[in-house]
Design a binder for this molecule. Structure first.
Ligand code: UDX
Length: 461
């Protein structure tokens, strides 16, 4: 099928390349000329495992191309909108400038029968507002949220754990006709009967995602509002889970309990599950923080602020953990930070990514610098991005060079380079003082202590 993907950032570039890799003919469109030049040359403008391979394959096969010219969207059957929806500069709500601009730019090139598939994470109600403009061009708007995790984005796009497609109601126009979910959620809703959803559009999306559909991936057809909400509620749930365990870490800190053992123990309950119960310096990145804030802001607008007011608490707990890590470093240095050499292992918001958007790791580094420490940051992938945003920090590429003569080491991104491949004995031979703050609870505390280190964890004795 001929597809266009508008917006070639973390989401769109991966989506375009992944769609070409499953056989579609794809044009990726972005206003950023540098990004398009890099993608056209088969080079990923950011670090994402597996992306360079499918990019160059797609370009070599002729199935994938990139352009800044929106006119090239003409002729595609489905147009995916994958532009960013950042947090507004002066508030918590999402900034929809790029979504609106993408739709405006696309409108002249839509043909009757085309489908516009929104993938960007938007406040609930956005699709309903956009739909009339798209329908006026004879096209149909669907919302098809993505759940990809950076670092696993290629796999999550080609082989997702579920597909969700929100389609317009075909009935009298009442928004709730298609809204109620089917029993186990794994079946698409029937298009027959009163108040049906537009099944044609959903069928086209089924065809787009044919390999995943063929292997039985749950394909859930909803109305537009539900699809928008699925995405933000999934992220709200994940953020809440992380802040829950971080709240337990705060209690553990005043009781001498160990939050990692606690997480293991409660995680054995299948209803709870161990994943996303990693206590530490909390969540960051381009999605969870801004999505929970935008959700809370949207709920306020809808007069339901109280329904998700707990998200403010989730955010507050999350931000407190960064400060806690800073406090631990200050304690480890005997309250005397000025001029001390602090080596920060990690800058990316999580491993397998070079993304530093709202990175708790960099935030900890910046706060320590603000207290007067001499901060050196290292990271296997994110240093270039970090340098650009925080030129005041000292950056060293080689892990061992960064560790040399440190008064304290702080682990803030759990890359394998620090978690598995750094032995406490080897690290001990490099530093000035064997003191480590494990901001991700990712090290074997007993092994580091046995090697003579003073070890501080998050919510661990
Ligand atoms: C997230 C969602 O997982 C994804 O479904 C959505 O589409 C986009 O947002 P991503 O931002 O790539 O994906 O990162 P994720 O793996 O969810 O991690 C988010 C943050 O939470 C990271 O900073 C990570 O370090 C932190 N985290 C994760 C924890 O602090 N503890 C955990 O147990 C898990």
């Amino acid at each position: 099928m001929k597809l266009s993907v508008i917006g070639c950032g973390y989401l769109g570039a991966v989506h375009a390349a992944a769609m070409a890799s499953i056989g579609h003919e794809v044009v990726g469109i972005d206003v950023d000329e540098r990004k398009i030049a890099s993608l056209s040359a088969g080079e990923a403008p950011f670090f994402e495992p597996g992306l360079p391979e499918i990019l160059s394959e797609g370009i070599a096969s002729g199935k994938l191309r990139f352009t800044t010219d929106m006119a090239e969207a003409k002729g595609a059957k489905v147009h995916f909108i994958g532009v960013g929806t950042p947090q507004q500069k002066d508030g918590y709500a999402a900034d929809l400038t790029y979504v609106n601009a993408a739709v405006d730019a696309l409108l002249p090139y839509l043909s009757p029968g085309d489908i516009v598939a929104g993938k960007s994470t938007v406040p609930v109600g956005t699709a309903a507002e956009l739909a009339p403009r798209i329908e006026a061009a004879g096209a149909t708007l669907v919302w098809n949220p993505e759940f990809l995790r950076e670092g696993w984005a290629v796999q999550d796009t080609i082989d997702p754990d579920r597909l969700v497609v929100g389609v317009p109601s075909t009935g009298s126009g009442s928004g709730d006709e298609a809204g109620s979910g089917s029993g186990d959620g794994s079946e698409s809703r029937s298009s027959t009967g009163s108040g049906s959803v537009d099944s044609n559009a959903a069928d086209v999306l089924r065809e787009v995602y044919h390999p995943a559909v063929a292997k039985g991936t749950p394909f859930i057809v909803t109305d537009l509002a539900t699809a928008e909400l699925v995405k933000v509620s999934a992220n709200a749930f994940l953020a809440t889970k992380i802040s829950f365990i971080n709240a337990m870490a705060e209690i553990a800190e005043v009781t001498g309990a160990d939050v990692t053992q606690l997480a293991d123990a409660i995680g054995h309950d299948a209803r709870i599950g161990r994943r996303f119960l990693g206590a530490g310096i909390g969540f960051g990145g381009g999605c969870l923080p801004k999505d929970i804030r935008a959700f809370a802001a949207r709920a306020e607008e809808l007069g339901r602020g109280e329904s998700v007011s707990f998200l403010r608490e989730v955010d507050a707990i999350n931000l407190r953990r960064r400060e806690r890590a800073v406090q631990l470093v200050v304690t480890a240095l005997g309250e005397d930070v000025v001029g001390k050499k602090v080596t920060v292992l990690g800058a990316a918001f999580k491993p397998h990514s070079d993304d530093i958007r709202d990175s708790p790791a960099l935030d900890v580094a910046v706060r320590l610098k603000g207290l007067g420490a001499e901060v050196t940051v290292t990271d296997p992938e994110a240093l270039e991005n970090a340098k650009r945003q925080h030129p005041q920090l000292n950056y060293i590429e080689e892990r061992d060079d960064a560790l040399r003569d440190a008064d304290v080491v702080v682990v803030v991104t759990e890359w394998d380079e620090y978690r598995r491949q750094l032995s406490p004995e080897h690290a001990g031979s490099l530093v000035a003082d064997k003191v480590i703050v494990d901001g991700r609870n990712c090290l074997d505390a007993a092994a580091w202590r046995a090697a003579g280190w003073t070890y501080y964890g998050m919510g661990r004795p």
